[in-house]
Write a protein that binds this ligand. Structure first.
Ligand SMILES: [Zn+2]
Length: 343
């Protein structure tokens, strides 16, 4: 080996290049760490999100094309409505473990709106990793069913309007009940992929008319999770007129050309603010009954690992490219046996 290096002096790395490489790696780490901190500082407070006892917090977790809503209830219980596609489950698990920190690893209510992969697959994995209190899906959700105490109320509407054995895609979307979460004057509406038919039944139900009573509607702040990721098959004009949202949250990725333009236009016509998980990352609303605070966070440092690896090899090439080229030339000239000698 030593003889070989003596014969091929150019293969001895110069201290200058090694120092340059270490220096650039240091700069890379510094820029990475600072960049991420500044990103969080300017674009969100998600990493500083703290649950306050007695508050209601509703988390719309960014699971690409799919839904995953985690609710921290005022009595300390935790509900998860849908779990996104299984591909995003590691993100959901990390989010719940690090941000929600459920007591005794227990999720009190696990709710599936309908059995499509972008809603159910992650939930099935979640139920293997966490202790589950009660599980609800289209099989056991009944019309008007209520979970809650005297400070909050989760209510299921327009349930069981479908023939469960019809597996046509739009029909399965209609399995989704419309779920309202009421806390003081705040109302969150979770719609899964419910379509116009479910919306019509909801509007006509007495329970929904009681919540959105015309005399009361001005006092309410309404947060609507827009149905079916912003597809035109949901969020009809009569439904929008009925619930009159202040904020519309769309949980989506880059599939199916969602959100559809007419849905966005109809929401904007009602002066509602639109927030999308695709742009804002995880979106959290924390209410103390009086005031509401919104947090955003991007949950993707792990995704950036691949970027750092590519940049690392780019730096390696930048600093030592002449050696790499010379090695290659040597390799192509020498016999395989000689190359084995080098190593
Ligand atoms: Zn869906």
């Amino acid at each position: 080996m030593m003889n070989f290096l003596k014969e091929n002096k150019f293969l001895v790395f110069s201290p200058f290049r090694i120092i340059l490489f270490c220096g650039l790696c240091g700069v890379l780490v510094f820029v990475g760490v600072m960049g991420q901190s500044l990103w969080w500082f300017y674009f969100g407070e998600g990493n500083t999100y703290v649950y306050r006892k007695g508050n209601l917090a509703v988390h719309f977790v960014d699971v690409g094309h799919g839904d995953c809503t985690v609710v921290q209830l005022p009595d300390g219980k935790v509900a998860v409505i849908d779990g996104g596609h299984e591909y995003y489950y590691p993100r959901v698990k990390r989010y719940i473990r690090e941000r929600i920190k459920p007591k005794n690893n227990r999720i009190d209510y696990v709710i599936n709106t309908h059995p499509h992969d972008d809603h159910l697959a992650g939930l099935l994995l979640l139920m293997e990793d966490f202790r589950v209190g009660k599980f609800f899906d289209h099989e056991n959700i009944t019309e008007g069913m209520v979970i809650g105490n005297n400070s909050y109320r989760i209510q299921f509407h327009a349930a069981k309007i479908r023939e469960v054995d019809n597996i046509d895609d739009q029909y399965v979307n209609e399995y989704s009940p419309i779920i309202t979460i009421e806390y003081a004057s705040q109302v969150f509406i979770i719609t899964g992929d419910a379509g116009h038919e479910t919306e019509r039944v909801f509007i006509e139900s007495a329970a929904a008319q009681e919540i959105f009573d015309a005399n009361r509607v001005d006092e309410l702040t309404v947060y609507l999770q827009v149905g079916h990721h912003g597809s035109r098959s949901s969020t009809g004009i009569p439904f929008l007129n009925f619930v009159n949202p202040d904020v519309a949250i769309i949980s989506l990725g880059f599939l199916y050309n969602h959100p559809h333009a007419e849905v966005i236009r109809n929401i904007k016509d009602r002066d509602a603010q639109i927030l999308m998980t695709r742009d804002a990352g995880n979106i959290v609303f924390r209410c103390d009954g009086d005031r509401i605070k919104v947090f955003f966070s991007f949950d993707n440092p792990a995704d950036l690992v691949y970027v750092w690896i590519v940049i690392f090899f780019a730096l390696l090439f930048l600093c030592f490219n002449n050696y790499i080229v010379k090695f290659y030339r040597l390799w192509s000239r020498k016999s395989v046996d000689t190359i084995y000698c080098i190593v």
